[in-house]
Design a protein around this ligand. Structure first.
Ligand code: DO4
Ligand code: MG
Length: 275
C-alpha cells in the first residue's frame, strides 16, 4: 500500500481505494508494524476516491532527520573520482567503496526538504550541479525499515570536487532534497530487479535519462541503516537515502527550469523543477 502526507491528513492508497487518516504523521509512521497498523486503520475508515490526494507534502515529520549514504554504486565512485582528480581526493572514493564502513552523512532537517512538484534549488556559488535519484528508506526509531520512498539528493559537483571536505556545503542547503510522492509500505523486501529511472527535461526536451537496478548496489539496505543507527538515536525515526547509481556525464549541469522526474518501481514518480 502507499501512504501520502497531504496538507490536511495522511492518505492510504490500497487496491485502488483511498482512506483519509487523521493522525499525527510522525506517530503514525514511526512504528515497527506500519503495514499492519495501516491495514487496521483502513478497515474501520470509509473509502474515498483519489481526489483525497491533493497538496502532497514531503513524507517527513518536523523532528525526523534525513541522512544519506554515498559511493554505494560503482557509477558514483567513478563519477566522484573524475570530479576530484585535480584536488587529489580521488583515493577517498575508491577506498570507501571497498571499506567495511560505508559513507554516511547527515543530509537535512525537514525544513530543507521539499515534496512532490515543489522546487529544488541549486546553490548560487556552485557551477556544476546534478540531481541524485536514490531509493530512500523509511526507518522506525528501533531501526526497522518500514517503507520506501523516492529521494533526490541534490548535489554540487563543483564544490565537492574542489575538496571532499566541502561535502556538507555541496550537499546541505535550502531545498537541497526532495522526497515523495508517497511511502510504499510493504512487509516484503523490494525485488532486486527494482529499477530506478531518472529523466531531466529542458524546454520540453529530454536532456538526460538513465536507469539502474537496485541489485547494482554494493551494500544491503539493512547494512546502511545499521551503520547510521550504530551510535545515533532517532526518537521519531529517520529517512535514509541509499546513494546514487545514476550520474550524468561531466558535460551536464542542471539549469534553472529543468524538470527532474525520478521513478522507482512500486513507489511511483517524484517530479520537481529547479528553481
Ligand atoms: O561522496 C559523496 C556523496 C556520495 C553520494 O551522495 C552518492 O553516492 O549518492
Ligand atoms: Mg547521493
Amino acid at each position: 500500500m502507499k501512504l501520502y502526507k497531504t496538507k490536511t491528513c495522511a492518505v492510504v492508497e490500497h487496491n485502488n481505494l483511498y482512506y483519509a487518516i487523521h493522525r499525527d504523521w510522525q506517530t503514525l509512521v514511526n512504528v515497527d508494524n506500519l503495514y499492519q497498523q495501516l491495514s487496521e486503520l483502513i478497515a474501520t475508515s470509509p473509502a474515498g476516491t483519489d481526489t483525497l490526494i491533493k497538496d502532497i507534502e514531503a513524507p517527513m515529520g518536523p523532528q525526523q532527520e534525513l541522512w544519506a549514504c554515498g559511493v554505494t554504486y560503482l557509477r558514483s565512485k567513478v563519477g566522484r573520482q573524475e570530479e576530484s582528480k585535480a584536488s587529489g581526493g580521488a583515493d577517498f572514493y575508491a577506498k570507501v567503496y571497498e571499506a567495511d564502513r560505508p559513507e554516511c552523512f547527515f543530509k537535512a532537517t525537514a525544513h530543507r526538504v521539499v515534496g512532490h512538484l515543489a522546487k529544488v534549488r541549486i546553490r548560487k556559488d556552485s557551477t556544476w550541479d546534478v540531481p541524485e535519484p536514490e531509493l530512500t528508506l523509511v526507518v522506525s526509531s528501533s531501526g526497522k525499515i518500514v517503507g520506501y520512498t523516492i529521494g533526490n539528493d541534490m548535489s554540487s559537483r563543483s564544490i565537492e570536487g574542489e575538496n571532499p571536505l566541502y561535502l556538507p556545503q555541496a550537499k546541505t542547503y535550502d531545498a537541497c532534497a526532495a522526497l515523495g510522492p508517497c511511502i510504499y509500505v510493504t512487509e516484503q523486501a523490494l525485488s532486486p530487479s527494482t529499477s530506478i529511472a531518472m529523466q531531466i527535461a529542458r524546454n520540453g526536451k529530454t536532456v538526460f535519462e538513465g536507469t539502474i537496478t537496485i541489485d547494482q548496489m554494493k551494500r544491503t539496505v539493512e547494512e546502511l541503516a545499521s551503520f547510521i543507527y550504530r551510535e545515533a538515536s532517532f526518537p521519531h525515526g529517520c529517512f535514509i537515502m541509499t546513494g546514487t547509481g545514476i550520474v550524468p556525464g561531466s558535460d551536464f549541469t542542471l539549469q534553472s527550469g529543468d524538470e527532474i522526474s525520478i521513478s522507482i518501481d512500486s513507489i511511483g514518480t517524484l517530479k520537481n523543477t529547479v528553481q
